[in-house]
Unconditional design. Structure first.
Length: 125
């Protein structure tokens, strides 16, 4: 409460009249200030958006180019290693085929999803 007591001690008639005037004129001045400040605020926001777009366009182009270059490098690297990988897979397949033939067994037939003869009806039966 010390703040209020200090305010009451130092209160002058001029300060009191200024406060009353502000309270009374606020309903009149607020709409007028809104009419002036709203277009100003919109102009500032429009300038900010334009500046943002102007800065982000070159940045996004540069990043897009970097991403495209990285994708090309990855594609080239996978193309170089793909023949080696295919050869290894072919070798593994040949080895498995030979083991299967030697054992004289066939791999069991796999069921496809949804091909079961026992399908459920909508009522859970």
């Amino acid at each position: 409460m010390a703040l209020f007591e200090d305010f009451a001690k130092d209160a002058s008639p001029t300060g009191l009249m200024t406060g009353i005037g502000v309270v009374l004129l606020t309903p009149v001045l607020a709409p007028a200030m809104t009419r002036v400040l709203r277009p100003t605020a919109k102009g500032i926001l429009s300038a900010g958006i334009t500046l943002y777009r102007g800065v982000m366009e070159p940045v996004s182009d540069a990043v897009g180019n970097l991403v495209a270059e990285a994708q090309l490098e990855l594609a080239a690297a996978s193309a170089r290693t793909a023949p080696e990988g295919r050869a290894a897979m072919a070798k593994d397949t040949e080895t498995k085929d030979a083991e299967t033939e030697d054992a004289g067994t066939e791999e069991p037939e796999k069921h496809k999803r949804g091909s079961s003869s026992r399908r459920r009806n909508g009522d859970g039966t």
